[in-house]
Design a protein around this ligand. Sequence first.
Ligand code: EPU
Length: 445
Amino acid sequence: MLPAQRRLHGLLLSPYTIPVMDTFRITGRRKLSGSITVRGAKNSALPILATSLLTDSPCSFSNIPLLRDIQTQVKILNTLGVETSWKGRSIATKVRDSYNNTAPYELVSQMRAGICVLGPLLAKRGEAIVSLPGGCVIGERPIDLHMRGLRALGAEMHVEHGYVHAKAPKGGLVGAEIYLGGTHGSSVLATENVMSAAVLAKGTTTIECAACEPEVVDVANCLISMGAKITGAGSPLITIRGVKKLRGAQHRVIPDRIEAGTFLLAGAITGSEITVKGCNPSHLLAFLDVVRQMGIEVERGKTSLTVRPGKRPQACDVVTLPYPAFPTDLQAQTMAMQCVSQGTGIITERIYPERFMAAAELKRMGANITVSNGQAVIQGISALSGAEIMASDLRASAALVLAGLAAKGETLIRRIYHIDRGYERIEERLNALGAKIERIPENEL
Ligand code: EPU
C-alpha cells in the first residue's frame, strides 16, 4: 500500500514526501515474526532513472522504491526537461525539452547520486553543468574518477563555482581505453557514469578496473534493453561499442541487497524467526559468510532468506571491500550485531575509513567499541540499553534502529530523515513483524 498524503506545517505533502526531522521511539526486546519483502535497490534505481536522458523515446522503470533520494533524482530530471509520472512503484519518463543542461546545487547537493546525470547529459546533449554532489557524511568522496573517465572520451571538463562543466568535442564523444582504478579500488558511480556516456560515443570503449557491483550490472542491463552494446558488466573489464541512438526501454530494478541484509540482521539481533522475501541471496554471499561465521542460522531459498533463533552470536572479523567482498553499506548494521555478540570482533573499513559514525551513538547505549585508523574493535556485551541518540547518516541510522530493537527499554533516535533516504517506511514494515517503532513528527516532540 502506498503511504497516505500528509500535512506538515500546514503544507499538503505528496505521498512521497517525508517530513525531515522526525524521531523514532523504539520499544526494545520484542520478538519479531513473519515475512518482510525487499523493495527495489535504491543504488540501482538512481542511475537507472538518469539513463532516461539518453533517449528521446519514452521509458518505464518498475520496482522503484519510494524514497527521498528517488524524489530528489526525479526533481533533477524534471529540471533537465524530463517529464515523469508515477504509477505505484513505476515511473514513466519522456524527455520533453533539452534546453536546460544544468543540474542545480539545491538538488544535487542533497545526495551523491545526483552526479550520475553527468555522463548521460554529456553523451546526448554534448554539454553538462552539474553541481558537485552531496550525500552522507561518511568521509571524503571525490569525483576525480568520473572526470578522468569522461575526459578520456574526449570531454573538456573543469570545476568552477562548485559546478562540474563538461563539453563533448564537436562530433560527440569518442570511445577510448580507460583505466578507472583509484586509490580505494573501483568506483560504482564512476563506472556507471562513464559506461552511460560511452554507449553513445563513436567506436569502442573499454573500462578496466570497473566496479563489479550488481547495481552496475543492472544499469548495464537497462542500457542494453535500450539498444546499447555492452559486454562484461559485473567483471572488472567492461566493453562498450557505441551506437548512434538508443530506444526507450522497460526495466525492472533488482532487489535491494542492503535492505535484505539489514532485515536479516533485524531478525538475528532480536533472536527471532523471520523470512526476508523477494531478495537475491547470490548478491549477498560475503555478508552471508560473515553471518554464518557468527553462528547465525540462515536458510537460503531462491529469492528468500529465513533467519532462525539460535545461540548467542559469536563475534568475528569483517573487512569491507568492493563487491564481491563484504559491502561497506552493511558495515554499521553488522557492528550493531557485534555489540551484543560473544567475544571481540574487529571491523576494518577499506572503502570509507571514517565511516564509523554509528559507534559513538551505540556507545551511548552501552556498547564497548574503540575506533581508530579505519578500524573498530567491538567487545561484545550481554545487552544494550535504550538511550536518546542521533542518526548521522543512512546506514548508521539503520544500525541504530537494529540496536534499538535489541536494547532494554526505550530508544529515541533523532533526525531519522537519513533513514528515509534509503529505506521505505522502515518503521511500518518492521512493525508489521511485531516491532514497536513510533514515528514522532518534529512538532509533536
Ligand atoms: N572514489 C574516488 N574517486 C572517485 C570516486 C570514488 O577516490 O571519483 C573513492 C571513494 O572516496 C571511496 C571509493 O572510491 O573511497 C568507493 O566509492 P564509490 O565511487 O564506489 O562510491 P559511490 O559510487 O559514490 C556507491 C553507493 C554507496 C556505496 C558505494 C560503495 C550509490 C548512489 N552509492 O557510492 O552507497 O557505499 O558505492 O559501494 O550507488 C549508501 O547507499 O549508503 C551508500 C553510501
